[in-house]
Design a protein around this ligand. Structure first.
Ligand SMILES: *[C@@H]1O[C@H](CO)[C@@H](O)[C@H](O)[C@H]1NC(C)=O
Ligand SMILES: *[C@@H]1O[C@H](CO)[C@@H](O)[C@H](O)[C@H]1NC(C)=O
Ligand SMILES: *[C@@H]1O[C@H](CO)[C@@H](O)[C@H](O)[C@H]1NC(C)=O
Length: 362
């Protein structure tokens, strides 16, 4: 009898202890799944294509379109893959005498950005039509969130000058246009070889952009780079890229929260972090916002594969075949394709995404 009682008590104690542990874990994770895509199909209710040749604000060399050669699902994996525009309109049209009119006629085909002649271009032998075709998809019409956790299981692309992105942008720009309303770049990398000095496919970076106006964006204060322990790990294996975002902390990790990439505890307003309070002539766009403004508003998701760009992501030198200041940067890139095309091998040039999950606060 005594023995029986002892066993019962012991069992009860054991069970309630493990129940407590479970409960504790659940309260610690008081998050709920608010978005999920495992890419059994490319779901246009979840993702909308950008359709433009605007160069992403960086004079990038791609034309973003809705074409199953550039965005497609195979075996439960989403591929975002750059190809040559000459495959669609022919080499001659890309370089000389060609016209690319992508204004579109209905909601599925409308050009999404006419900035920098994004909807209409002509080639004349000097100015060429964006020579790369690729894909950039986003959740502008379907999903945005504020605070929580996002995880994306992805394999990064390989190939010179390929620039993939997994990122978040403000849905309403409530503090004004870029960079005043912020930008959260969870993953950016370069498909170049690891010997490329600015960083190749063995690395990826996480960066927040924020500031009162373009040219005044101290992103390096909210930036970190992860280097894989084996060179080809990120381009040969799927990894989970995670980002935690709340009122007091913003940071990224790879595979496990313990592998911290960016860690940014928010213990002062971004206006103070930027040091602009020292300049009385500058206007603080974040007055009235939270301490973590501009990162206290709803953001939507983007997934894309860009190529090149006349911008600082690919600084001049280090064997780069174009010069950023040159008006003909895009032509220089294209004319030198013999120097980089051998590094583009089939589907290795695609960013492959197995799933995306977002948890929000309950
Ligand atoms: C596509 O997404 C919508 C919205 O999330 C969902 O209701 C629908 O079931 C999805 N379709 C497929 C085939 O997964
Ligand atoms: C889609 O891309 C393929 C391969 O580049 C091309 O052959 C095809 O013409 C494209 N379709 C359209 C409608 O542009
Ligand atoms: C924000 O996230 C950090 C890192 O996970 C955590 O330590 C902190 O308690 C969170 N703060 C809030 C207000 O949720």
């Amino acid at each position: 009898m005594k023995l029986y009682l002892f066993i019962t008590l012991f069992l009860t104690a054991t069970i309630s202890q493990s129940d407590n542990a479970k409960l504790k874990q659940d309260t610690h994770k008081d998050y709920t799944l608010i978005f999920e895509d495992d890419f059994s199909v490319l779901n246009f209710s979840k993702w909308q294509h950008e359709i433009t040749m605007d160069g992403g604000g960086n004079r990038e060399f791609e034309y973003y379109t809705n074409n199953r050669s550039n965005s497609f699902v195979r075996d439960g994996v989403l591929y975002l893959k750059p190809t040559f525009t000459s495959d669609i309109i022919g080499l001659r049209a890309v370089e000389k005498g060609g016209t690319m009119d992508i204004w579109g006629a209905d909601p599925g085909t409308y050009c999404t950005s006419q900035k920098s002649d994004g909807c209409f271009k002509q080639s004349d032998g000097v100015n060429i039509i964006n020579p790369i075709t690729s894909a950039r998809i986003r959740t502008t019409n379907s999903f945005s969130f504020k605070y929580g956790r996002i995880e994306v299981r992805a394999m990064l692309p390989e190939g010179d000058w390929i620039w993939p992105g997994i990122w978040l942008r403000p849905i309403h720009n409530e503090y004004g246009n870029w960079p005043a309303s912020g930008e959260i770049d969870i993953v950016e990398s370069r498909g170049n070889s690891p010997s490329y000095p600015p960083g190749g496919y063995n690395k990826f970076g996480t960066t927040l952009h924020w500031g009162p106006f373009p040219g005044n964006d101290p992103w390096s204060k909210s930036h970190a780079v992860w280097t894989a322990s084996t060179e080809k790990d990120l381009i040969e294996n799927f990894h989970t890229y995670g980002f935690i975002w709340n009122e007091t902390y913003m940071g990224s990790y790879i595979d496990d929260e313990k592998n911290v990439v960016l860690s940014l505890p928010i213990d002062m307003p971004f206006w103070d972090l930027g040091g602009w309070y020292k300049n009385p002539n500058l206007v603080n766009p974040w007055i009235g916002g939270g301490k973590n403004a501009p990162f206290d508003k709803e953001f939507y998701m983007l997934l894309n594969v860009a190529v090149g760009g006349a911008c600082e992501y690919f600084p001049d030198g280090n064997g780069k075949p174009w010069t950023n200041k040159d008006k003909l940067a895009q032509k220089q890139f294209w004319d030198s394709r013999d120097s980089w095309h051998d590094s583009w091998l089939g589907d290795n040039t695609a960013m492959r995404i197995d799933w995306v999950k977002v948890w929000g606060k309950k």
